[in-house]
Design a protein around this ligand. Sequence first.
Ligand SMILES: *Cc1c(COP(=O)(O)O)cnc(C)c1O
Length: 367
Amino acid sequence: MRIQFVDLKAQYDSIKEDIDSAIQWCLDNTRFIGGKPITDFEEAFAKFCNAKHCVGISSGTSALYLALKAHGIGPGDEVIVPTHTFVAATEAVSSLGATFVLVDADEKTYNLDVEKLKQAITPKTKAIIPVHLYGQPADMQQITELAEEKSLVVIEDACQAHGAEYKGKRLPYAETACYSFYPGKNLGAYGDAGAVVTNNEEIANKITMQKDHGREPGHKYDSSVEGFGHRLDTIQAAILNVKLKYLEKWIEMRRKNAELYNKMFSDADVITPYEADDRKHVYHLYVIRSKDRDGLQKHLKENEIDTLVHYPLAIHQQPSYKDKGFKASDFPVTEKIVSEILSLPMYAELTEEQISFIVEKVKEFKV
Ligand SMILES: *Cc1c(COP(=O)(O)O)cnc(C)c1O
């Protein structure tokens, strides 16, 4: 039995008719930029997030870039980012001419360590980007209180955490969060797509113009400010409109699968994900830790089970940043966990039989 890491075909098959007719609508109306699917999606996703505004963007990376830019982040500013994450957040910071400052991870939640975050704040710090890694919210109360005390902006990287909750409240917890709808995300388009969700109308208006060449909505050949091209495209929005209706159900199915994994792993020699009491983890990724990760990954591959590592290189280890002179000793927790983490297959349609096969093969491997 071959088990894929993510099975997008199984999901497509379950909603094929609705997806096909949503795409067909765009073709029949030759509507590829702007239009009703975009405004419908922005309204529906804002509502899903219990937020006032959603602005559709071409990707999660561009959403981070535009959110930082709308908050005036630029040269001379420092932005704090966890080192244990995907490169998008630091790319967004650098693209604006600002400097990113890295912070180590917490060993239990894998999110940024708030004590170390405090030590990283300098007079130049302007913003913090907490990443809700793997689908579990970072410690938002402590982070937002700290940010308020120091007058810092908080931009949440919720690219892996659609629908996740912190103390009973669905994200965003702070004012602004960025989402990715990359195909494999919990809410995935059929290409690149993203969004900024915010409760701040001024920020929403700025981003609405910035993503569309600095034009006011409805204007064609006059730009009020210099912007850029970061629009969400219509076919992607049409697909997302169909899928958003299933997101809550899919999250519950992921959580049920995580619970099954946890239960079956209770007597295994691996560390399973920790879910804090006050958080709802949406399990974009189900990540275990093993003392011999590479050996375990190889054993699973031999048994036709696909796994991945998120991420084999932390930001401070990236070749692209080797000139920045980061020291491994500044990030001891991340240094340790990146060699132990392994992401197992996780998606809503995964069956109990598949989970039990995966667990059996993991247990079979002796370190
Ligand atoms: C996917 C992802 C992004 C980037 O999203 P894209 O839509 O691929 O640009 C940013 N941050 C995190 C944590 C992600 O997982």
